[in-house]
Write a protein that binds this ligand. Structure first.
Ligand code: UDX
Ligand code: UDX
Length: 442
């Protein structure tokens, strides 16, 4: 099938590429000319495992192309996906101006002789956005165009986006017409995954409700981690024990510094806002946010207590990205932590395998040195903080790290270091929701 994707960000680019990979002919559209030009030259705007190879092979197979010409893509493609940003406003409500703008542009590109078109929303949007998009089409498209609006939310995680797209647990399609539903099912036929066929509004709600529930799971285990710290229990064992109950599951029960990224913070806010607007407030999600904020504060408090004064302390931070396997630093808890440490006068060095460049931009104006080697980063440091769950931090040579550091103090904000190994290397090992391990002589 001929598919157009508007917006070649994390979601649009990976989605378009995976559609091409399963055999569709895909045109990716973006209004950022420089981005389109560099994609045409084979340069990647983001880091995402396996994406580059897949783009290169699909472009050379003639199944994937990049353009800024939205109208031409709409002319050629029977299905047009929208994957432009939906950032939060100050008050938590969702900024739908990009969605509205693109919908209007699509409407103005439609002509009655084109035949049937489906407009699919992939971005996370508040419930009832689909019907507003339909209104825009009715207002701005010439009379006689034949179009349906569909919601098809995406559940990919950055860092494993290609895998998630090709191996989804389920595909949610929200359509109010059988014709649109049948065509959408053809798009997803090669994916071999269960399809959840629902109405437009329910599909929109599924996305907000799913992301908020995952955030709630993380805040739940983080709240439990605070109790564990007081009670001398181990949150990892608690997570294992409750996670083996299939009704709960172990996924998304990793205690740490809290959730970040471009989705959870914004989607929880967005869902709180839309529920309030509808007169059915979700107070429970306000607590989810509160726990998320408290988690980083508690951790900072523990570093402060250990070091007494942070001013002029040399603190090394491993991790800048909001999670592992990505260069994305949007709403990164690691970035927040580094900023807080700098504000308190600490000398911070930071390392991230992929987010050095994006991190430098996010931290501009802060007195932080970004290193290109994880061991160089810890040289003469008095504390090492692990802020992102990259695998290579878990595999680090801790004896070498200990030798390079001035003091043997390790704060693991993601519980990924093996505590006993840290202890054997001579570290005092602090983590989240677990007892601190101290070498016997200290
Ligand atoms: C997406 C969704 O839009 C968001 O709702 C969802 O919750 C997460 O994923 P993402 O792919 O991460 O966002 O956004 P981003 O990486 O910022 O990319 C958006 C792209 O759209 C950019 O390349 C931008 O240039 C492009 N864009 C934006 C357009 O082509 N037209 C516009 O009008 C606005
Ligand atoms: C999320 C959803 O998982 C995905 O389905 C949705 O479509 C987009 O939003 P993403 O934000 O890319 O994906 O990454 P995710 O793996 O969900 O991690 C989000 C944040 O939660 C990260 O900061 C991560 O460190 C944190 N996290 C995740 C935890 O703190 N504990 C966990 O157990 C899992």
């Amino acid at each position: 099938m001929n598919l157009a994707i508007i917006g070649t960000g994390y979601v649009g680019l990976t989605t378009g590429t995976c559609f091409a990979e399963v055999g569709h002919k895909v045109i990716c559209v973006d209004n950022n000319e420089a981005k389109v030009q560099s994609l045409r030259e084979g340069k990647m705007p983001i880091y995402e495992p396996d994406l580059e190879e897949m783009i290169v092979s699909n472009v050379s197979a003639g199944r994937l192309e990049f353009t800024t010409d939205l109208a031409a893509a709409v002319r050629e493609c029977e299905i047009v996906f929208i994957a432009v940003p939906t950032p939060p406003h100050e008050d938590g409500s969702v900024d739908l101006s990009y969605i509205e703008g693109v919908s209007r542009e699509i409407a103005e590109s439609l002509t009655p002789d084109m035949g049937y078109r489906i407009l699919v929303d992939k971005s996370t949007v508040p419930v009832s956005t689909g019907s507003k998009v339909h209104q825009v089409i009715d207002r701005y498209a010439p009379a006689g165009v034949d179009i349906d609006v569909v919601s098809n939310p995406e559940f990919l995680r950055e860092g494993s986006a290609v895998y998630d797209l090709l191996n989804p647990d389920r595909i949610v399609i929200g359509a109010d017409s059988q014709r649109a539903m049948d065509m959408m099912k053809r798009v997803y036929q090669p994916f071999n995954a269960p399809i959840v066929e629902v109405d437009l509004a329910s599909a929109e709600l599924i996305k907000h409700a799913a992301n908020s529930f995952l955030a709630l799971k993380i805040s739940y285990i983080n709240a439990v981690s605070a109790v564990c710290e007081k009670a001398g229990a181990d949150v990892e064992l608690v997570a294992m024990g409750i996670g083996m109950d299939k009704r709960i599951s172990r996924h998304f029960l990793n205690a740490g510094l809290g959730y970040g990224g471009s989705c959870f913070p914004k989607d929880v806010k967005g869902f709180i806002n839309v529920a309030e607007q509808l007169g059915a407030p979700m107070e429970i999600l306000k607590e989810v946010e509160r726990v998320n904020e408290a988690q980083i504060e508690r951790f900072l408090g523990r570093i402060r207590k250990k070091m007494w004064v942070l001013r002029k302390k040399r603190i090394a931070v491993w991790g800048i990205a909001f999670k592992q396997n990505t260069d994305d630093v949007r709403e990164s808890v690691a970035v927040k932590l580094i900023k807080r440490l700098c504000e308190e006068g600490a000398h911070v060095t930071a390392y991230d395998p992929k987010a050095a460049e994006t991190g430098a931009a996010a931290l501009s104006g802060y007195d932080v040195t970004i290193c290109d080697d994880m061991y160089e980063c810890v040289r003469d440091a008095e504390v090492l903080v692990v802020a992102t769950e990259w695998k290579q931090f878990a595999m680090a040579n801790l004896v070498k790290v200990r030798e390079l550091m001035r003091l043997p103090i390790l704060f693991d904000g993601r519980n990924i270091i093996h505590g006993e190994n840290a202890l054997h290397a001579g570290f005092e090992y602090h983590s989240v929701g677990r007892r601190t391990l101290r070498p016997t002589k200290s």
